[in-house]
Design a protein around this ligand. Structure first.
Ligand code: WT7
Length: 652
């Protein structure tokens, strides 16, 4: 388990409690405490009530068909996601309302009304059709945080194409793997994007990936514009590559939305698992939109005058569900920011909050811990009085960071919603409701109404401490792993019968609140990003100097977890500092910068059991400088002492 029991006991002794402020109790979207009981008594009716707030071209005839582990929601229903996010609001006379306020890292800005966003999406949907994209075809989106990312996603949904958004920090190899796994027909990218004053060379990366992505027929390139285009002129290949603005110049903004079946695939999003190969998590249309729409409204207590900002990247599930689909389905006014929180200075996020009057702010614990480290003077420079609700997601939040968020950002006025969910769950699952739930620093509290979660032991017994389990199907659940039903069943449904295993450890306190403790599998959570230890190990052994590698997580003050690698080099290869740096770069090239190990320890051997299994628990102890436990099962107990010495030397 990710946390040792000492820290765990401390957590459960947390007795500070924060009841919802009176202003929330009076006017919250959800303020009837009976909602939990009502939803539990008839979850299908509860979800159907949310679904009926969407526009359906044809109604469903059955709410849920559950053939474990396969669920179908809203069977027979026909709808379109882009219609629900755009046309519906325009038709209701809200076309002039602000949909998207975008700010680039250099300070350039752009705003779209719902009518403008609708026109742009329709035109781009026609562009995609013109490139031969048909219903069910896959389209890869590899873009910076620019409005065209949302436009491209929505345009895919309009014509029934299945998007696969790849985070812009991923390497050409990772991009190629995803292009190939999904057999994408079209790739949408940009000449570049801004990050910390530098340019992310997306088109160059895309070109590299295309050398080994035979299915991609066309590439659409957005010109990020400004000085960027002069600095990195994109190399456009005749016939294959097309400028977004040129295609759009001739495109009609008249585009009928496809009538999609509730269970038609909406998107694929790759996420790390316990093997070297990322999984393509598949989400479908009706259930996904229902739950992201419901949770955005209820958890963030969305009202008409709110200005909503989620700081995630569209390359992750948070960006899909809580930048694009949930907020737009609710006709929210959203803020989107391209760059880093410390560019040009460490006050950037707070300047954005003040400038646009942000009322709802949703970010990750790793960011909160960085802000804390940077000092209170940065948020103090901006007027944060517009904020009324704060959210966090991505990893457990330590009570200290929670309290800082509450005091320094929320000025003790704003409820904090600590939301637990995953790429696979599609939408928020465990969370406070800001008008109802008394919060405590460090717990995501209770399952959202209509969701059933509990804690089970490995063999399926109810317990106060153990593994988080979701016991009943929910609308936005993943339907399968793209092209790999077997992996879907084995990863999530083989631990217990017909119960979903998320891979997290958890504890329940006396109020029934769930405290999520982190991953229990070989998946790391580095700064809120999921990285499989096997992926990093494969990248390391891919280097010709390496024969064997073992990767573990070690606690990190800001990132939550950092990557530590133990590496055995080929005979005759000198383990130098230069090789150390080269290996880190190699991992960056193979996967992306987020996967670069923080420390690499060279070792002549790894601690293995007599049957040859690497003892990761021991490596974690070593990486975190703890006393090493039982080593009697080791083939060579002396290895541990030697490793500890080398690790200490590495840490200085
Ligand atoms: C894993 C899912 C959900 C969007 C971002 C990450 C961890 C997520 C919390 C939270 C404790 C959390 C879990 C989960 N996690 N939210 N509020 N408290 N842990 O999505 O990459 O699919 O990662 O993030 O370990 O399994 P993801």
């Amino acid at each position: 388990m990710a946390q040792d029991t000492g820290a765990l006991d401390d957590l459960l002794r947390e007795d500070r409690r924060f009841p919802p402020p009176g202003s929330f109790v009076a006017s919250a979207v959800v303020r009837d405490p009976g909602v939990y009981e009502r939803a539990a008594a008839d979850p299908e009716a509860y979800w159907a009530e949310w679904a009926s707030k969407l526009d359906w071209f044809e109604p469903w005839h059955t709410v849920l068909e559950w053939n474990p582990p396969y669920a179908k929601w809203f069977l027979g229903g026909k709808l379109n996601v882009s219609h629900n996010c755009l046309d519906r609001h325009v038709e209701a006379g809200r076309g002039a309302r602000t949909a998207l306020i975008w700010e680039g890292e250099p300070g350039d800005t752009k705003t779209y009304t719902y009518a403008e966003l609708h026109a742009e999406v329709c035109a781009f949907a026609n562009v995609l059709r013109g490139l031969g994209v048909e219903r069910g075809d896959r389209v890869t989106i590899y873009l910076p945080m620019i409005p065209e990312a949302a436009v491209a996603m929505l345009a895919c949904t309009r014509i029934g194409a299945v998007h696969s958004v790849v985070f812009g920090g991923f390497s050409p190899d990772s991009l190629a793997d995803r292009n190939n796994d999904a057999s994408s027909k079209v790739l949408i990218t940009a000449d570049g994007g801004w990050r910390r004053g530098g340019i992310v060379p997306l088109k160059a990366n895309a070109d590299e990936s295309l050398k080994t992505s035979p299915t991609v027929e066309h590439v659409v390139v957005v010109r990020r514009g400004g000085t960027l285009s002069e600095q990195t002129p994109a190399d456009m290949r005749e016939g294959r590559d097309h400028w977004y603005h040129e295609l759009m110049a001739d495109a009609s903004s008249d585009c009928a939305a496809e009538w999609m079946d509730a269970e038609d695939n909406l998107f694929i999003l790759y996420t790390s698992g316990t093997t070297g190969k990322p999984k393509g998590v598949v989400h479908t249309t009706g259930g996904y939109l229902t739950q992201v729409c419901a949770t955005t409204r209820a958890v963030f207590d969305l009202h008409d005058d709110d200005v909503y900002w989620c700081t995630a990247d569209v390359g992750w599930i948070t960006g899909h569900s809580y930048i694009v689909y949930g907020p737009l389905a609710n006709c929210a006014q959203i803020v989107m920011y391209e760059g880093a929180p410390d560019t040009p200075d460490r006050g950037r996020f707070w300047q954005i909050c003040e400038k646009y009057g942000v009322t709802i702010f949703y970010t990750a614990p790793t960011a909160i811990r960085a802000f804390m480290r940077w000092g209170d003077e940065w948020p103090a420079k901006s007027d944060l009085s517009s904020l009324r609700l704060l959210g966090t997601v991505g990893e457990p939040i330590n009570p200290e960071a929670w309290m800082w968020y509450h005091q320094v950002i929320g000025h003790e006025r704003c409820p904090i919603v600590d939301t637990w969910w995953q790429t696979e769950t599609g939408a928020i699952m465990i969370t406070p409701l800001p008008g109802l739930t008394e919060t405590k620093p460090g717990t995501a509290t209770l399952p959202f109404p209509g969701i059933q979660a509990t804690i089970l032991t490995n063999d399926g017994k109810e317990a106060r401490a153990g593994l988080l389990a979701i016991t009943t199907p929910w609308p936005s659940m993943l339907r399968t792993v793209w092209g790999d039903d077997r992996r879907f069943r084995e990863t999530y449904w083989s631990k217990w019968k017909d119960i979903y295993f998320p891979g997290d450890g958890a504890k329940m306190d006396d109020d029934g609140y769930l405290w999520i403790l982190g991953r229990v599998d070989d998946v790391l959570n580095v700064a809120g990003h999921r990285i499989g230890t096997m992926e990093v190990e494969s990248a390391l052994v891919d280097h010709q100097a390496v024969v064997e590698a073992a990767v573990v997580g070690k606690k990190h003050d800001i990132k939550g977890e950092a990557i530590a690698a133990f590496v055995t080099t080929r005979e005759g290869v000198e383990p130098t500092d230069a090789l150390n740096a080269e290996l880190r770069d190699h991992v960056g090239r193979k996967i992306g910068a987020i996967a670069k190990p923080e420390v690499i320890v060279f070792t002549a051997e790894l601690p293995k059991t007599r049957s040859g299994k690497i003892m990761r628990r021991l490596l974690r102890d070593i990486a975190e400088g703890r006393a090493v436990g039982d080593t009697t099962t080791l083939a060579d107990p002396a290895v541990v002492r030697r490793l500890q010495q080398m690790h200490e030397a590495e840490e200085g």
